[in-house]
Write a protein of this length. Structure first.
Length: 327
């Protein structure tokens, strides 16, 4: 695998990354992971996950949502190899997970857990990241280059010499993300990545994940709040009581009242407004907005059309009245 610090920069928002096969043909949508009828059963006999099936592709971000206890963390831990599935099949790339050694598995997929900052040792950010680099075979100047690169990715390059115990919870969480990128994973799993972050931390983390998507990673982020991840995701998987109720693009998921009710999820305020205006014919067919600016632009555009149409109508009426008067 090409190290990140040697990889070409791909513009955020570019087309889905492609791979080249043996004869040089471009192949789109490289499958990174595939779950087939995956089940996880607790010792007591109840299923935490019930026949989960879906695929993850390079260069996409998939959201995983559901209420507390829906199975989000369990699913991520199985994908990362932290827990063994009870039945079903899990493929990473084209190989069954059982064929991976622990080292190769940790290089292929990385999980950043919900409270990763508590696992950092330090004492400084550089000490933490350099230690991980050495454990992954980096030596000499390559360690410094790698540390610089992952810190730049998470927008925390200024924190290189900071002491971890003097940093905020949100700042340490972003260092934990940098730590996860040391192995150059193909699949990155993030459990509630935006919790405990301030506005700047959320903005920078979203930018980081979009850049990683552009570099070809498959990324899965979990959240119990849809509004936290809508701006990020290409698809959203909805979990309810251990079952995958639906996985599709955000607009289709949020428009499905039955699925939202089954999963005990609320449509975020902005998207609920858009759906209502769309249903009443005030807004035309189009892509559902993911933030305030995009819904504002849509509404402003429709208002401008209405004002223009009204002005044209008034002008035409005035012209008609003038012609009638002159006659």
């Amino acid at each position: 695998m090409t190290p990140f610090f040697a990889a070409p920069v791909i513009e955020v928002g570019a087309a889905m990354p492609q791979e080249t096969d043996e004869v040089g043909t471009m192949v789109e949508n490289k499958k990174v992971a595939s779950l087939q009828e995956v089940v996880y059963t607790y010792p007591a006999g109840n299923n935490a996950l019930d026949r989960i099936s879906y695929d993850l592709f390079a260069g996409e971000i998939v959201g995983l949502v559901g209420s507390n206890g829906a199975g989000k963390t369990t699913l991520m831990k199985i994908l990362a190899g932290y827990m063994d599935k009870s039945s079903g099949n899990l493929f990473l790339g084209s190989r069954p997970v059982e064929e991976f050694s622990n080292r190769k598995l940790n290089e292929f997929v990385t999980l950043v857990e919900q409270n990763p900052e508590s696992q950092l040792v330090g004492p400084t950010v550089e000490d933490e990241l350099a230690r991980a680099c050495r454990l992954n075979g980096y030596e000499g100047r390559l360690i410094r280059e790698k540390v610089d690169f992952v810190l730049k990715l998470v927008r925390m390059k200024q924190a290189r010499e900071w002491y971890l115990d003097e940093m905020s919870c949100g700042e340490r969480r972003r260092i934990a993300l940098a730590l996860a990128l040391v192995t150059d994973p193909s699949l990155l799993l993030l459990d509630e990545p935006l919790s405990d972050l301030d506005a700047v931390g959320i903005r920078d983390t979203v930018a980081t994940l979009k850049e990683l998507k552009g570099r070809g990673l498959a990324i899965m982020v979990s959240s119990h709040r849809l509004e936290d991840i809508l701006e990020l995701t290409d698809r959203i998987g909805v979990l309810g009581e251990g079952r995958l109720l639906m996985i599709d693009e955000p607009q289709k998921v949020l428009s499905n009242d039955e699925i939202m009710k089954l999963a005990s999820l609320n449509v975020p305020t902005l998207q609920r407004l858009w759906l209502k205006l769309h249903k009443e014919g005030i807004l035309p067919e189009g892509k559902m907005p993911v933030n305030f600016d995009s819904i504002y632009d849509q509404i402003r555009g429709e208002l401008a059309k209405g004002v223009s149409a009204m002005s044209t109508s008034v002008i035409n009426r005035n012209e008609a009245e003038t012609v009638s008067f002159e006659s």
